[in-house]
Write a protein that binds this ligand. Structure first.
Ligand code: PM9
Length: 474
């Protein structure tokens, strides 16, 4: 049997991580008074908090991974030659072996790859269908002149739906789009693995295969956002018929075989603090990417990264497909999610692959969406517990580029994303306690008004004030 990790899992109630800890970093709990002042100074936006005033940092799982001793030692072997470094060869080899694409161009992170892909493939007036949106991907599609279209299944927008593959594409919605605008106006089909904004939810292999057949028929390339591909592969292994006995490595390769290329932020699955890449099978696209990357990132063999970063990512790509690693990673999220479900805290179901998502509409039903309930909940959670999360609702959704009206997503969420290999389940216990405490005083939380709104990706730097004089009434 090839899938050894999956068998080991069944022996334990929790899945123990396949590592021990060699180096630690001190973190400090602050007082509620300190946090109240810090939150006010940060204008009720957790992105504007100093990190040393955060106790457990679940702002993001991006670039916050603990690297392995192998990755750190590979960094010392980084070949810093400007052109044609050995470290590029190792990254190139790792992507080809694990993902199976023919061509690879490194970039400094995921959005840089999205930028190159959008600039090259999109013409003004085009339409790009997606399974829900991710902030940076949609921003680049729209900046290149495309209209973003959501072709995700309806259940993806329902926090209480237990659908096992909320990342699936609604093929009827896609067919309607093709009929309405014509395939020549659709430069690519954009499909994200384990959709982030929907709660870390996977697509199924069955749906992906059907999507590929439909797109091939209309000569529309399928471009994957492979940022959280391994987590998606894990859910396929656990939930889809016929995949229980397959290794994560095989499932990852199979997914990629039904796509024409991918943009990847290495800061998630690939276990590095910086890095990304664009990979594809089409030689013409590769030639164009190589030509454009030198304008924005650097030569096509380093793409804005140091040789040591390429080494760490090459090593991380091999480590990420270890069945034991990914089982323990997702199990830690389930551990936290189940504690919250037991305490009747409203979270997105099923429990996702990279974090748990509080449903602010059910948590704070007294705050209308126009007063930013998820933003208020994120700020209040920090004050009560020292835990930092991120708004994933109306603030993150931003404005329609044409009408400039606020987009009002059905999902109004607070994301608590768990960094890989960084925290223990004891930390998860503390996070759960903080959220449950906050849930008990939820009626005292007030809404927010926005006092400053940046032009792009406003959630990063927007500023707020409580509607009443205090965010949490005494
Ligand atoms: N994701 C995250 O925290 C970091 C930026 S938004 C706070 O979830 C997907 C699915 C992502 C993603 C980043 C990117 C961009 C692309 N696709 O951050 O540029 O989740 O490396 O990747 C973040 P980079």
């Amino acid at each position: 049997m090839e899938n050894d990790g999956n068998q080991k899992k069944k022996k334990f109630k929790v899945i123990p991580p396949p590592y021990r800890i060699k180096m630690v970093e001190r973190i400090e709990m602050t007082t509620k008074e300190i946090r109240e002042k810090a939150m006010e100074k940060a204008s009720y936006n957790t992105f504007l908090l100093p990190a040393d005033l955060v106790y457990i940092d679940l702002l993001t799982d991006s670039g916050t991974t603990a690297m392995s001793s192998n990755q750190w030692s590979r960094m010392m072997l980084g070949d810093e030659a400007y052109a044609g470094s050995k470290s590029f060869d190792r990254l190139d080899g790792a992507v080809k072996e694990i993902y199976g694409y023919k061509y690879v161009v490194p970039t400094h992170q995921g959005r840089a790859a999205e930028h190159l892909m959008s600039r090259i493939l999109i013409k003004p007036g085009d339409y790009v269908p997606n399974n829900m949106y991710f902030t940076t991907r949609r921003a680049h599609q729209e900046m290149a002149g495309a209209t973003w279209i959501d072709v995700s299944i309806d259940q993806a927008h329902e926090p209480t739906s237990n659908h096992q593959f909320k990342g699936d594409i609604d093929l009827k919605k896609l067919k309607t789009l093709i009929d309405e605008v014509g395939a020549e106006k659709i430069p690519y089909m954009s499909i994200e693995a384990n959709i982030n904004m929907g709660g870390g939810q996977p697509f199924s292999m069955r749906n992906l295969k059907a999507l590929k057949i439909l797109c091939d028929k209309h000569q529309i390339p399928v471009m994957l956002d492979g940022t959280r591909l391994v987590e998606n592969a894990y859910f396929i292994q656990q939930r889809e018929m016929g995949y229980k006995v397959k290794s994560i490595k095989k499932i990852v390769k199979e997914i990629c075989s039904y796509t024409n290329g991918a943009t990847v932020s290495g800061k998630k699955d690939a276990l590095v603090n910086i890095g990304g890449f664009l990979a594809c099978n089409d030689e013409d696209l590769f030639t164009e990417v190589k030509s454009l990357v030198v304008v924005f990132e650097g030569l096509h063999t380093y793409g804005g990264l140091a040789g040591r970063d390429l080494e760490a990512m090459a090593c991380g790509i091999h480590e990420m497909v270890d069945d034991n690693h990914i089982a323990a990673r997702v199990n830690q999220i389930e551990y936290l999610g189940n504690k919250l479900l037991e305490a009747n805290v409203p979270i997105v179901k099923p429990i996702g692959g990279h974090g748990i998502f509080l449903d602010a509409k059910r948590f704070l039903p007294h705050i209308p969406q126009k007063y930013y309930p998820a933003q208020a909940l994120t700020a209040a959670l920090y004050i009560v517990s020292g835990v930092r999360g991120m708004e994933r609702g109306i603030v993150s959704a931003g404005r329609d580029p044409e009408t400039r009206e606020e987009r009002k997503p059905k999902l109004e969420l607070v994301r608590l994303a768990v960094p890989r290999r960084a925290y223990t389940n004891t930390h998860m216990d503390v996070v759960a306690e903080g959220i449950i405490e906050l849930h008990n005083i939820r009626k005292k939380i007030s809404g927010l008004k926005m006092t400053f709104e940046p032009k792009q990706l406003r959630f990063f730097q927007a500023q707020f004030k409580p509607l009443k004089n205090e965010l949490i009434q005494k």
